[in-house]
Design a protein around this ligand. Structure first.
Ligand SMILES: [Fe+2]
Ligand SMILES: [Fe+2]
Length: 318
């Protein structure tokens, strides 16, 4: 992933909003819902064995945040009668997003200072430091062949069992290279609601969503989108002479392989029992909205910090 994948996703509607336009409705909605729900509390709840009371609290928080978004995206899904139509629509959405002008991505690529890049890296650290770990439960929720295709991605994200190759290790190297702490809790406490929503989204997709289609759609979209979304980080790293840039540059080629595996997972599930394409599409849109909102929020924080940065946001080792 994960995730990034720290990902930073370009903002914008599927068709792409021109610079200067108001926030696209999907990211605006995702931002409003993240701000209106307690994402830090949900993050904690997702990491506990809940009591009945805590489980009810989890359900209530999900209903304030992701439940209505998922329902809305599913209800608004285009008519996708089969997997071929679904994949065509996904390709079109990705191409439109890649072609759209994105001011936040331009800022990162061309303008952000090292201190501002550190602000963005700190926002995505909760995800990056634990990359892909929360995705594993989805494997057991899928029929074997489909789960195996996802597992091929996850084992790769986890360095094929070799700690030094795991993507979370690459994120550690990135943070260490720019003098930032590796203390996960430091970042958890300071992350914007949108950043925690991004982490919580992947937990929800893998473990909480009612059907695995949401995950397959979300992650198929995500792995493909990283191939263009991370270009701004590559350009920033080059411009700023960042030596520990492997986290960003590795994703620019390996996620091509991951994207193919996700399409294989969709094919296997389709063969096994047929796909609910509206749920797959809801996963695509949810992930685009929540990841886009997180990127916008992180860039806003970086801009607000100014070129010299804000010490409290960058996490200098203590
Ligand atoms: Fe990754
Ligand atoms: Fe990946």
């Amino acid at each position: 992933m994960t995730t990034s994948t720290a990902s930073g996703m370009p903002s914008g509607t599927p068709g792409g909003a021109p610079r200067g336009m108001p926030l696209a409705p999907d990211t605006a909605m995702a931002r409003a819902r993240a701000a209106d729900s307690d994402q830090l509390r949900l993050y904690r709840l997702y990491r506990t064995v809940p009591t009945a009371v805590e489980y009810a609290e989890t359900l209530a928080l999900e209903e304030r945040w992701i439940g209505p978004m998922a329902a809305r995206f599913e209800a608004g899904a285009p008519d996708l009668p089969d997997r071929a139509a679904l994949l065509r629509a996904l390709r079109g959405r990705l191409a439109a997003e890649e072609a759209a002008e994105d001011e936040a991505a331009r800022f990162v690529a061309e303008e952000a200072s090292l201190e501002q890049l550190k602000v963005i890296a700190s926002e995505f650290a909760v995800d990056g430091l634990t990359e892909s770990e929360t995705l594993l439960p989805v494997v057991a929720r899928l029929p074997f062949a489909s789960g195996l295709a996802v597992f091929r991605v996850l084992i790769d994200e986890l360095g094929c069992g070799s700690e030094e190759k795991a993507h979370s290790r690459l994120y550690r190297d990135l943070l260490t290279g720019v003098g930032m702490t590796l203390d996960l809790e430091y970042y958890v406490r300071r992350a914007a609601p949108e950043s925690l929503a991004y982490v919580n989204l992947f937990h929800w997709l893998a473990s909480r969503a009612p059907e695995p289609e949401y995950f397959l759609g979300g992650y198929a979209y995500f792995e493909s989108s990283v191939l263009y979304a991370f270009q701004c980080y590559r350009r920033a790293a080059e411009r700023l002479g960042l030596s520990e840039h492997a986290y960003y540059t590795e994703h620019l080629y390996i996620d091509g392989y991951h994207s193919r595996q996700m399409r294989a997972a969709l094919k296997s599930l389709d063969t096994e029992r047929g796909l609910d394409t509206a749920k797959v599409w809801a996963g695509v849109e949810l992930t685009g909205a929540v990841a886009g909102a997180a990127f916008e929020a992180a860039v806003e924080r970086a801009r607000a910090a100014g070129p010299s940065g804000a010490a409290q946001a960058t996490g200098a080792p203590s």
